[in-house]
Design a protein around this ligand. Structure first.
Ligand code: UT7
Length: 353
């Protein structure tokens, strides 16, 4: 695809500050299996009523045995490339906290399976904020010479959940979403206009998998089975999510000089968090994009899957001043601002349970 505003490599080196990263493709993919709240309630002490009223979630897609993060990432990446009308990018950045293996990174395999040749490919680990962090990294790559970058958020948290933990099993789903960004100018629709990123490592214990890392391995003490599972202290995480997401979105909105935004596409962790953040931004209900009823919390995939759903449903339209916002383990948080561009997006798979 030819981009009239594309800045060539030579121009970039001369005028790096004039290159903006412009979103020009979007795709999402969800695994085939759909599990509704009633199915969860048949194996755990929970109910459709509790899950819906406390989280807003109705169904989630889960990987089948043997299916992994790269499988979902490849499908989402393929759709984003198709949406952009290109078969080539200069780099692949994959946001994930559930890589196929703890070493090496999953991105190189995803790049190969997409036929992208020997391009730079690496993972970014910022849990549910991973996609926004990866977008920021891609913006830097574009500013310093890459003409295009594929940014994927993909996670399969169902593979690390404690089968007996009714809270986390109610919340998380698997999925992948991706965008392409290309070099362009800041005045174009789709240009990433500003970011606000942050972290608080003092609260790292609130969301964690204790086993499998260097701290546990070097202790010489074998991990208990439960230590391999994801654990979250939901109540304080909820409070920090509302605070940090509200602060971060307001900061990026001010940084780009908007008096108001038209749409918030935020991490789909809990409908009550989305409502609270939307209120802080003076947004009406319909301006806050929601798809968690159908997919739950898909971690790094959450924002791009919500973007794809919103474009397909008509909730997000060209020209909308759009804020993206992620929050999650680390703790980490991050926001971005862009005017939504005119993209052709295939609907993510929607199957009834
Ligand atoms: O994605 C990264 C960021 N993550 C988040 O933003 C998640 C933020 N946290 C949350 O969304 C909420 O804290 C949860 C949805 C995780 C939990 O909701 P809550 O309203 O904070 O519930 P709670 O943990 O205070 O639990 C209230 C009660 C407890 O029972 P008791 O102690 O009052 O008898 C829980 O044991 O609800 C119980 N409970 C459940 N009951 C039925 C917890 N999970 C379930 C369940 N079904 N699935």
């Amino acid at each position: 695809m030819s981009h009239p505003n594309r800045v060539g490599r030579g121009d970039d080196r001369a005028h790096p500050s004039h290159r903006a990263a412009v979103v020009d493709g979007l795709g999402a993919w969800l695994p085939e299996r759909v599990v509704d709240n009633h199915e969860l309630a048949s194996v755990l002490d929970t109910s459709d009523e509790w899950i819906r009223s406390r989280t807003g979630i109705g169904t989630r897609h889960l990987v089948a045995a043997g299916e992994s993060t790269s499988d979902l990432a490849v499908e989402a990446g393929r759709r984003a490339l198709k949406s952009a009308g290109t078969a080539r990018v200069d780099a692949v950045v994959l946001a994930t906290s559930t890589p196929d293996r703890s070493c090496p990174a999953t991105a190189p395999e995803v790049a190969s399976r997409l036929g992208l040749g020997g391009v730079a490919a690496f993972d970014v680990a910022a849990v549910c904020t991973g996609f926004v962090y990866a977008l920021r990294v891609a913006t830097g790559l574009v500013a310093t010479g890459c003409d295009s970058v594929l940014v994927i958020g993909a996670d399969t948290f169902s593979t690390i959940l404690d089968p007996a933990d009714r809270t986390t099993r109610a919340i998380f789903g698997d999925g992948a979403g991706a965008v392409t960004v290309r070099a362009g100018s800041p005045g174009e629709p789709g240009a990433l206009l500003g970011f606000d990123l942050g972290s608080d490592g003092e609260l790292a214990d609130l969301i964690a998998v204790d086993a499998g890392g260097s701290r546990q391995r070097s202790s010489g003490v074998p991990a208990a089975e439960r230590d391999h599972y994801f654990a979250m202290d939901g109540k304080p995480v909820f409070r920090h999510a509302v605070l940090r997401m509200s602060e971060s979105t307001r900061a990026v909105r001010a940084a780009v000089g908007w008096d108001a935004a038209d749409r918030l596409v935020a991490h789909q962790a809990n409908a009550r968090i989305l409502a609270a953040v939307g209120e802080q931004l003076d947004l009406a209900d319909e301006q806050v994009v929601r798809n968690l009823d159908r997919v739950g919390n898909t971690v790094a995939a959450s924002i791009p899957v919500a973007l794809a759903d919103a474009v397909v449903d008509g909730a997000l339209r060209p020209g909308h001043r759009t804020l993206l916002c992620g929050f999650g383990g680390g703790l980490t948080w991050g926001s971005a601002a862009l005017v939504w561009p005119d993209l052709t997006v295939e609907a993510p798979p929607r199957r009834l349970p």
